[in-house]
Ligand binder design. Structure first.
Ligand code: GLN
Length: 308
């Protein structure tokens, strides 16, 4: 017997699948070959119950959804104050790849736009015999509750075609926001964007944030509550870039989108939601992902005002 939540998800999946607007990301050639009809949804509760529908086990690259998790690791490693000195916590209202650095200091507005995310990545150092990237991948894997891997083809393609990010990293170096050679930082950043996940993984990553940093499947405390609080705050104000205001008004949960078509939303203390559908709107947000988050938020009263 299908549970009421499963049949509800089936119904809205059918309805939202009819939305045909938007186009998959095409700047990175290796990412262009995707099925625009792929569409998955996963909803994970803080006690580890997962409801999923459609292509919820199809893998795609995490892209910008990686940013809050690397930022969280930087906060855990260095503490808020040291991280704040490098990257601010103000919404920029700019698109994800905007060249927007504070005048004079070069400090990026927040860790969700690319300039701030590159900065956060630069703060992660190797330790205990593990390279910086191994530590990043280890953190993402702990959030997901399984060992994740990198799509090397997408990584190579980002490295070759990510001219804007390359320019940003060198600009950040010129302001001493990035203090070392930008080349390895760029490699780590492109690799973290190329980590393969599915909706199930993302829903657990979101539920781990919702569960004060403790993975509901493995029971592991992945991030301290102080870092979780900070990560969710920045996701709330800046996770959707220049669409952050409309997102928080209509969905009412901290969220993060990625250009491969993934999207996640977190309702603290309750659930993590993940959607995958490649066609994007002008903000680089999945069209069906946004529609699904709005719909589920409304129907299940997940907007933080109603959920309180
Ligand atoms: N790898 C992409 C970039 O840095 C990620 C952007 C995104 O998902 N918004 O341009």
């Amino acid at each position: 017997m299908e549970s009421p939540i499963d049949s509800y998800l089936r119904r809205i999946h059918n309805e939202i699948a009819r939305l045909k607007d938007g186009a998959p990301y095409s700047t990175i050639p290796a990412m262009a070959q995707v099925d625009p009809d792929s569409f998955g949804i996963a909803l994970a509760t803080v006690d580890g119950q997962v409801y999923e529908i459609g292509d919820s086990r199809e893998e795609f690259t995490i892209q910008s959804i990686s940013k809050p998790f690397t930022y969280g690791l930087a906060l855990e490693d260095l503490g808020c104050e040291a991280v704040d000195a490098k990257v601010d916590v103000e919404p920029s209202g700019d698109s994800f790849n905007e060249i927007s650095l504070a005048e004079g200091t070069g400090r990026p507005a927040n860790a969700m736009i690319n300039a701030g995310a590159l900065t956060a990545t630069s703060l992660i150092k190797g330790s205990g015999g593990q390279s910086s990237f191994k530590r990043i991948l280890g953190t993402f894997s702990a959030f997901a509750g399984r060992q994740l891997s990198v799509n090397e083809k997408v990584f190579e393609s980002e490295l070759k075609h990510g001219h804007r990010n390359t320019a940003l990293a060198y600009l950040l170096r010129s302001f001493d926001i990035i203090e070392d050679d930008p080349a390895p930082v760029l490699e780590d950043y492109f690799r973290q964007c190329s980590v393969l996940v599915n909706c199930f993984d993302l829903s657990i990553m979101a539920a781990t944030l919702a569960n004060s940093g403790r993975n509901p499947l493995t029971g592991k405390q992945v991030l301290g509550i102080g870092s979780v609080e900070r990560v969710l705050s920045v996701m709330m104000t800046s996770g959707m870039y220049d669409d952050a205001g409309a997102w928080i008004s209509s969905v009412g949960m901290p969220g993060k989108s990625g250009v491969a078509g993934g999207i996640l939303a977190v309702l603290p203390g309750q659930v993590g939601l993940a959607v995958y559908s490649p066609p994007l709107d002008d903000h680089g947000t999945s069209v069906r992902g946004l529609a699904t988050a709005q719909r589920i938020s409304r129907d299940m009263e997940l907007h933080f005002v109603r959920a309180a």
